[in-house]
Design a protein around this ligand. Structure first.
Ligand code: BGC
Length: 675
């Protein structure tokens, strides 16, 4: 054969491979200018959070990092945000954002400063911090290892030695036994691939080594440690109920030149080393550390995560000659904008990260996403894009449960010191003053929009048609299918994402003594004498939120609150009433989505609907229509607002339990629903 024949075959094969890779692994870029970024939709139960890590905010630590800062002549972390003494006011900042979740790490070097010596004071402080978060209705998510550990552990060789894993697992067990009963969410190790590559390949993190052999051992030991920790915590009391997961940083690697096979090889190699081998190991239980060709079985690794935490920041464009130091700018596409960290903003990569981890078949939580942006001119867009991507992925059916913004406030950014500001709050390190940035306000707006309003339940009414049963017991406390109807109502509200409920308990208030509902914050308001439905609401006006969902305490109405609230907000009326058309009787007339007539007692031939029970009310309605004394909400407010009430038509069956017959029907329905 002629030389040109072989050359032709080689060229054709090359092209075939490159075209195949190009089509199989597209580098998605969206035209952001054409996207309506406000078109987002998050489930009412979505967990909104912010994240931090101990060494980056607490101040005055003594650990592997402080040692490294000195030995490498890096910026010294020092007081950082002085969070260890300012935690309470910092939690005000968390609370002010409206988030319901907060991720932070426990500083092992504080808790066990010397091998086997526990600092009781530090344990108590963390415990107090957690209590404080819970009091504020903020769920703590605790990370057990976020890059820092005690000096004595580092001196023993840290995670480079398999025998040292015991120390960290013992620490984790101890923390879980003290805090496990109040903390549900646990992250074992933060970003094992970053810890291994930065500390043992690039030498930018402690211990500042550059050795493939060590990288291999550290990586293997980190996954062994994770698996052992997961199994150990699961077997402790409370372990079964805890949600324990690994936090994985996903870096997307794309070839710089898509026709260059060498760039592809580099991208695939790095993807394998940085992402795939770690994720695969959770699926299969076998781990092939980066820089190793052999895979090893790790006991207990398979299935050792209840959720997968995704930390996502950027994509990297690969060539065989990539810079390994941060002094040289990484490559980027011409249209991409650089963050202060010099890598580009690439929100499309978050979706690719979701698709990548989705193969694990686990709930996904974005445990970190944010941007270094000193003047806060890029962060708002960064938030908008990444939340849009998240919302789209949820719409496409991916099981994404929450989003933790990195970070609550500016802090010590490891090897970069104080140069990189990731916070939603600006921190003045001279005065320790914190100031909310515009991006922080924006994030808070997203949360406020997706939050379910307060639920107000008229629970004090006595039933005349239920005979002796409700002479002295409010109808809402009558048991159906094993528990009071009120508990069923609150179950539904909670499942729809409501967290706060105001229960108007009438004048027989003591009947509600000891009543509580898991996961909900209940407030009870009693009347001195019977005030009727309107009087009860007026009587509680100081506790009403500006917008609330009003429910009747003897109606079970399982409708989609999210849609209802969205309609209410979109239509900008002060009262939205749910109207059912297929009911056997009618008590209102509606036209063009407005309720124009209502009567409780007389039936009008123009009536074409029935009030189904659930409504959304602006507090201003109570203020303008209400007065002291006894009065009926429906008979006062509905006629007064006639023509201005938004009618939300929904045919979901509602269950009122005014008669023994209806009570029996509801019982049957609930039983059937349960089985
Ligand atoms: C780390 C954080 C860090 C952030 C920003 C993540 O990889 O978990 O500690 O501050 O990236 O670089």
């Amino acid at each position: 054969m002629e030389w040109w024949f072989y050359t032709g075959i080689a060229a054709a094969s090359y092209m075939f491979v490159v075209i195949y890779l190009h089509l199989r692994h597209p580098e998605k870029h969206l035209n952001w200018g054409n996207i309506e970024l406000s078109d987002v939709d998050f489930p009412p139960t979505f967990s909104w959070g912010v994240a931090t890590a101990s060494h980056q905010i607490e101040g005055n630590n003594h650990n592997n990092w402080t040692q490294f800062e000195v030995s490498q002549n890096l910026e010294i972390s020092g007081l950082t945000c002085d969070h260890w003494s300012r935690w309470k006011t910092d939690f005000d900042l968390v609370e002010n954002l409206g988030v319901g979740h907060y991720r932070f790490s426990l500083e092992w070097s504080r808790l066990e400063p010397e091998e086997g010596e526990w600092d009781q004071g530090a344990i108590e402080q963390y415990s107090m911090m957690i209590d404080n978060l819970i009091e504020r209705k903020i769920e703590p998510m605790v990370t057990l290892h976020h890059f820092s550990h005690p000096v004595w552990f580092e001196a023993k060789g840290g995670f480079a030695k398999a025998e040292n894993i015991d120390y960290w697992v013992r620490f984790s067990e101890k923390m879980f036994s003290v805090l496990g009963w109040k903390v549900k969410w646990w992250c074992t190790i933060n970003e094992p691939a970053v810890f291994a590559s930065m500390g043992y390949v690039l030498g930018e993190f402690p211990p500042g080594k550059r050795s493939f052999g060590l990288t291999r051992s550290v990586s293997l030991n980190l996954m062994r440690a994770h698996a052992r920790c997961y199994r150990a915590l699961k077997s402790l009391p409370g372990g079964e109920d805890a949600q324990i997961g690994l936090v994985k940083n996903i870096n997307i690697f794309d070839p710089y030149r898509r026709w260059n096979l060498l760039h592809w090889i580099q991208a695939k190699l790095l993807d394998e080393m940085f992402n795939q081998c770690w994720l695969r190991s959770l699926r299969t239980g076998k781990f092939r550390p980066p820089s190793s060709i052999f895979s090893r079985k790790i006991d207990g690794l398979r299935g050792s995560s209840d959720f997968i935490g995704v930390n996502y920041y950027t994509h990297l464009l690969t060539t065989p000659f990539m810079p390994t130091t941060v002094e040289i700018d990484p490559l980027k596409r011409p249209w991409e904008e650089r963050t202060d960290f010099r890598y580009p903003m690439y929100a499309e990569g978050l979706r690719r990260s979701f698709d990548m981890v989705n193969s694990l078949n686990l709930p996904i939580i974005v445990t970190e996403n944010g941007v270094a942006d000193d003047d806060d001119d890029m962060r708002p867009e960064h938030i908008r894009r990444h939340l849009w991507i998240t919302s789209q992925a949820i719409r496409d059916g991916l099981d994404i449960r929450g989003f933790y913004h990195w970070s609550l406030m500016d802090n010590f950014e490891w090897a970069e010191g104080y140069t990189q500001r990731f916070g939603l709050y600006h921190v003045d390190y001279q005065t320790q003053e914190r100031t909310l940035k515009d991006s922080g306000k924006l994030y808070a707006e997203y949360i406020a929009k997706s939050k379910m309003p307060q639920v107000v339940v008229l629970a004090g009414g006595l039933g005349s048609r239920l005979g002796g049963m409700t002479k002295a017991t409010p109808k809402s406390l009558i048991e159906v299918d094993g528990k009071p109807i009120l508990s069923h109502i609150l179950d539904w509200a909670h499942g729809q994402g409501c967290k706060d409920a105001l229960i108007l308990i009438g004048h027989l208030g003591e009947k509600f003594d000891g009543f509580s509902h898991r996961g909900m914050n209940l407030q009870f308001v009693k009347e001195n004498q019977p005030l009727g439905t309107g009087g009860a609401i007026w009587n509680a006006r100081q506790y009403l939120a500006d917008e609330f969902i009003l429910l009747w305490g003897d109606d079970y109405h399982p409708i989609d609150y999210k849609r209802l609230v969205k309609h209410h907000r979109d239509n900008r009326q002060r009262l939205t009433m749910t109207v059912i058309e297929s009911h056997d009787t009618q008590n209102l007339q509606h036209a063009e989505n407005r309720v124009i007539a209502y009567s409780k007692s007389k039936i009008d031939e123009n009536f074409n609907g029935y009030e189904a029970g659930t409504s959304v009310v602006q507090k201003s309605v109570v203020e303008s229509c209400g007065h002291t004394g006894s009065w009926s909400w429906e008979e006062t407010v509905y006629p007064q607002l006639s023509g201005q009430i938004h009618a939300y038509i929904d045919e979901t069956k509602f269950w009122d339990m005014g008669t023994p017959d209806r009570l029996a029907k509801l019982e049957k329905f609930l039983k059937r629903n349960r089985s």
